[in-house]
Each structure stands twice: as structure tokens, then as C-alpha cells.
Design a protein around this ligand. Structure first.
Ligand SMILES: Cc1cc2nc3c(=O)[nH]c(=O)nc-3n(C[C@H](O)[C@H](O)[C@H](O)COP(=O)(O)OP(=O)(O)OC[C@H]3O[C@@H](n4cnc5c(N)ncnc54)[C@H](O)[C@@H]3O)c2cc1C
Length: 399
């Protein structure tokens, strides 16, 4: 039985929503976390590669079962055979999101969050009440079919971590609609066995492969499977759809692979939205386009954003001040911690796509030298003219 009123209602029990909900409950606020799916995290629509373990453990304790592989480096197959190896012990992990997403939600529940699954938020109303009594009404549809039940609760604050679709955000007028040129469509094919180096993330990128995206091979050691996938810009000029393209590359690179399952979805790669807070309302994670615009990775960013949002909302609840102006603190924190880097990476991605094959090969050679030197900046002194040329071109590039 739901209460009439909560301090905070969180929409969506993905990584962003569960972290935000848990951190607010830990601070003593009443929190309702609503998830439209019956089974949290299922089906997984993700390559499942994420940030390093120590970063992740700050949200922990993380069950051993959720971690498939410790990643010790990255290998990139570039154009014209210019490949780049980036060894870095512990640089990331491969998750098992079928286990990880429910675990995060259960950590939240253990800390006092009221979690309801098969509960879809249908709408969020405008501001009602006055002063410290202000609230928003959240309309919830629980169950489905003949057992469907509609109810309403009041919330002093609504956090929407509803993922890429962002229907609620859009219904309140936030421009979170995915523009085709800023959206990546991706397919992940789970294949039996480990296709590439078992502790590396492997990528194929550039004119010889998929220029406006990339192909990936991510090893899940414990399950002895590989997440092989591809993504490219939605509005690109591809003759075939992403599923056909991914399957073709799988057949070409690893003929005879045994496919377990195929999933697909959209990734916002526009860099963070300009504004994603309203009075007593904020977006978190994919809904706010927090995804990394170069890699398409969004798990870590959603969790960080969930944490920063919870911090600001906690302060706001204490002061009785949850206006859009106050919630800008949250947006600023996200910008400082990852948004600025994402803007740079957004520009870099567009720059990379804009280079012709010859220019791209030259740039990969410069980056290859840097990687081979063990990332010493002095490596650039070996290719001073090339390095200066690309730096000048990048500085002038407007996108
Ligand atoms: C093919 C593919 C591969 C990817 N690979 C990677 C990768 O390797 N690494 C990486 O870091 N990222 C990857 N991503 C991106 C990553 O999956 C997302 O960035 C991440 O899941 C975002 O987390 P989130 O909490 O914002 O949203 P989500 O994980 O999408 O969670 C949103 C939740 O909200 C629920 N919901 C939505 N609307 C409502 C509603 N109205 N009421 C109640 N509940 C609702 C949904 O059911 C869902 O559970 C990939 C994405 C795709 C499509």
C-alpha cells in the first residue's frame, strides 16, 4: 500500500535511479522507487563494460557475481591496419547487468527505499500547493491487464531516471527527444566463448570498419561469453540496418560464432542536455543525455549523476528550496565532473568522423606512437609536424 506523500519519488530502477533513491534514503528521506518492468535489469540492452572497480565500489558493496571480468587494457583496430594498444591494469570491468541492476535496487531497498516493480509512471503533474507545502502529483499504473491499478502519490521532489525514452521528461517540456543525428543505434550479440583477448576491451573503428560508430568485442569471463556489438549514428547513410551490419561483421571477423541472444537499443550521444531540471523535478542518466558521446557508455555517468542529484536534493529538502534555480547546483556538479569532458569528446568524435581516410590514418599513427611510448607526452616530439597539424585542425574545427 503506497503512502499518500513521499519526500522523493524516483522513476526507473536502472543504475541512475537506484543510486539516487538509495543515497536519499540513507539521509533519512522517504523515497519511492518505481520500475515499470517486472524484473529489474531484464532484458539487458547493453555491452556491459564499465568503470574501474574502485569507482564502482563506492556504491557498494558489489556482489562478486555482478563482476564478470577485470579489464586490463584496450585494443583498437584502426584504419589501414594502424592498431592501437592501450594496456592499463584495472582500467574497467565487465558487469553482469542481469545481476548488477537488481543488486543496486536491493541495496536501495535495504536502506529504506520503497521499491515497486511493474509500476509505470504515467504522468507527473505541475506544481501544486504553496511554499513549503508544494508538491507534484505522480500518477502510477501498477500491474497490467485486468489486474491493472491506477493510483496517485504526492512528492516534494520527482527524480526521473527513466532512460533513453525520457517520456516523462518530454511531457514536462524538457527537450530530451533524441535527434537522429545525435543518437546512436546499437546492437549487442552475445556469442559463446571469448572471441578476443580475455581481459581487454577490443574495438574496430574508422573508415575501414564503421566510421560513424564502432564495433566492439567485450569478454565476460565468468560466463564464458562475448558481447559482440556495433553502433552507428541513427541518421547515417548506411544501406543496411544495424542488426544486419553487426551480424555481417560478426560473420566476417569470427565466422561460425554461436549466437546466444541479440539485443538492441538507442544511445544518446549528443553530450549532456543544456538544462534538465524544473521546479521539484530533475532528470538523471540517459534521460539527461549523460552518456559519454564518444564511447556511448552511460552506466557510470548515470550512477554519478544519481549521486550528485541526491546530494543537491538532500540539501534542498533540508532548506525547503527545490526550485529549478536551486537544482542548477546539480547540473553544475555534473558538468564539472563529467559534462566538460563529454563536450570535448563530443567535438573529438565529430572531428574524427569528418577526417578523410588518409587524414584518419595519419592521426591513428600519431596516437599509436603515443600509446607505444607508454603515454609519454614526449612521444609527440617524434611526430612534431603531424601533431601540430592535427592540433591546429582540431582547434579550428567547429563541428
Ligand atoms: C546496445 C547498447 C549497448 C550499450 N553498451 C554499454 C556499455 O558497454 N557500457 C555502458 O556504460 N553503457 C552502455 N550502454 C548504455 C547504457 O545501457 C545506459 O547508458 C545506462 O543503462 C543508463 O542508465 P539509466 O539509469 O540512465 O537508464 P536505464 O538503465 O535505461 O534505466 C531506466 C529504467 O527506467 C525504467 N522506466 C522507464 N520509464 C519508466 C516509467 N514511466 N515508469 C517506471 N519506470 C520506467 C526502465 O524500465 C528502466 O529500467 C549501451 C546501450 C545500448 C543500447
Amino acid at each position: 500500500m503506497l503512502r499518500e506523500q513521499y519526500d522523493v519519488v524516483v522513476i526507473g530502477a536502472g543504475p541512475g535511479g537506484s543510486v539516487a533513491a538509495r543515497e536519499l534514503a540513507q539521509k533519512g528521506w522517504t523515497v519511492l522507487l518505481l520500475e515499470k518492468r517486472e524484473r529489474i535489469g531484464y532484458p539487458v540492452r547493453c555491452g556491459e563494460a564499465s568503470t574501474n572497480l574502485s569507482d564502482l565500489e563506492s556504491y557498494g558493496p558489489i556482489d562478486e557475481d555482478c563482476i564478470e571480468t577485470i579489464i586490463n587494457g584496450i585494443y583498437i583496430y584502426g584504419p589501414n591496419g594502424v592498431n592501437i594498444e592501450v594496456p592499463k591494469p584495472g582500467t574497467g570491468i565487465m558487469l553482469n547487468r542481469e545481476k548488477f541492476d537488481p543488486m543496486l535496487a536491493h541495496l536501495a531497498e535495504n536502506d529504506g527505499v520503497e521499491l515497486v516493480t511493474l509500476a509505470r509512471v504515467d504522468s507527473v503533474g505541475g506544481i501544486e500547493g504553496k511554499g513549503s507545502g508544494e508538491f507534484r502529483t505522480v500518477r502510477i499504473v501498477e500491474g497490467n491487464g485486468p489486474t491493472e491499478k491506477v493510483s496517485e502519490v504526492r512528492a516534494k521532489m520527482v527524480i526521473s531516471a527513466e532512460g533513453v525514452e525520457a517520456r516523462i521528461g518530454r511531457s514536462l517540456g524538457i527537450p530530451c527527444l533524441q535527434k537522429p543525428t545525435m543518437t546512436c543505434t546499437g546492437v549487442d550479440i552475445q556469442v559463446e566463448g571469448l572471441l578476443t583477448k580475455p581481459d581487454y576491451l577490443t574495438f574496430w573503428q574508422g573508415h575501414d570498419f564503421i566510421n560513424d560508430g564502432y564495433i566492439w568485442s567485450f569478454p565476460k569471463q565468468k560466463s564464458n561469453v562475448t558481447n559482440f556489438g556495433a553502433g552507428f549514428l541513427f541518421g547515417g547513410k548506411h544501406q543496411k540496418n544495424i542488426l544486419e551490419t553487426t551480424q555481417e561483421w560478426l560473420d566476417k571477423l569470427f565466422p561460425g560464432s554461436k549466437v546466444n541472444k541479440v539485443v538492441g537499443g538507442l544511445v544518446p550521444v549528443s553530450s549532456t542536455l543544456q538544462s534538465y531540471t524544473l521546479d521539484r523535478f530533475a532528470l538523471v542518466g540517459d534521460a539527461a543525455h549523460h552518456t559519454n558521446p564518444l564511447t556511448g557508455g552511460g552506466i557510470a555517468a548515470a550512477m554519478r549523476a544519481g549521486r550528485y542529484c541526491a546530494n543537491t536534493v538532500h540539501q534542498g529538502l533540508e532548506r525547503g528550496e527545490l526550485s529549478a534555480a536551486f537544482l542548477k547546483t546539480y547540473e553544475k556538479e555534473c558538468y564539472k565532473r563529467f559534462g566538460k569532458t563529454h563536450d570535448f569528446e563530443f567535438k573529438f568524435r565529430k572531428f574524427l568522423l569528418h577526417l578523410n581516410r588518409e587524414e584518419q590514418v595519419g592521426l591513428y599513427k600519431v596516437l599509436q606512437g603515443f600509446a607505444l611510448s607508454g603515454y609519454k607526452k614526449t612521444a609527440f616530439l617524434k611526430t612534431p609536424i603531424q601533431t601540430a597539424k592535427y592540433l591546429a585542425k582540431f582547434a579550428k574545427f567547429k563541428g
